[in-house]
Design a protein around this ligand. Sequence first.
Ligand code: FES
Ligand SMILES: [Fe+2]
Length: 378
Amino acid sequence: MSLQNVIKPLATARGLPNEHYISADMYAREREVLFFKNWSAVAFESDVKIPGDAFPVDFMGVPLLLVRAKDGAVNVFQNTCRHRGMILVDEPTHLKGPIRCPYHSWCYSHEGKLVRTPYVGGVEIDTHEAIKPAELSLFAIKSHIWHGVVFVNISGDAAPFEEVHKDLLKRWSEFQQPYHLGGTASRFDMKVSANWKLAIENFCESYHLPWVHPELNEISPISVHYPIDDSSGYAGQGSRNYNQLVGKDDRRFPDFKNLSPIWEKQAEYVSFFPNVLMGVHRDHTYATILMPQSSEETFERGALFYADKHIDTPQWQDLLKENTRIWQDVFSEDIGVVEGMQKGRNGPMFDGGKFSPVMDGPTHVFHKWVARQMQSNE
Ligand code: FES
Ligand SMILES: [Fe+2]
């Protein structure tokens, strides 16, 4: 089936064909086109909290290394030694000195410069004219931090992040302010036996709310939701009935600063292509990074963020845990349908499905994004 059918108007379009969900070859093509050529999320900024923290990431098979440098910058490198290609750091660590390769001890600064090459010219001779450190820095990966998430562009030739994502940056400009992870109480991980796209698609629509999230639908019913489908780089849904969590003694999380009154009751949730699910509320935001493992397996890493920099302190722990639990429950409720759609796509007669012209606009935005990028990179 042709991708031409995907980019038709919503009422006549078909969804992406099955092969985009179950074929290893298609997964490999999407990895190059959708992930490596775009800005993809690979980690949270909080994975490298203080200077010297190093965090390795296996990003769809590419070994990356995040290092928090002395000046506070988060540097991203390919996690590969320039000598014989040894993996440099294979578990999260705090570096007391340079990045030292465990094989022959070549050392790199936290900026990626090759600073020591012991015995490279023979025993006790640490230099050789053929080894020019200036040419042997770690391979740097273009990166950008937004909303607590570290994005990378592996191909190195994407337009700047702010340009590619100007629509959402504008839409959420009021939320462009400091975020603080609520500590370990505000992190959750999940494994989903489904293609990464199904998690994106499920998150961007509210159509399933009454049947998959009956409790959430009581508080924030489908009738107060609206679709967000007016851009090509993200899609989602909003609610006009956000109610803050209230703890003991009427305690509530502090609001982000200077938000317009509309955000008192409004919350928005978008799938940010290719691989982040994000939500913003007056008093917290969250991001779930999708780390595809294969065409049919996805690892999800979630984190919740707050306005107050002292949020990770004892008096907030109960409320932090409760808020994480609420969202984790919602995400867990979605697993069944996301995995169910994956199973359904092994039915050879499935033809991409039929969109509701009213309820499925956001999903169609995502399918068009995939189809256009795949077509223009054929
Ligand atoms: S492979 Fe790293 S120093 Fe030899
Ligand atoms: Fe859901």
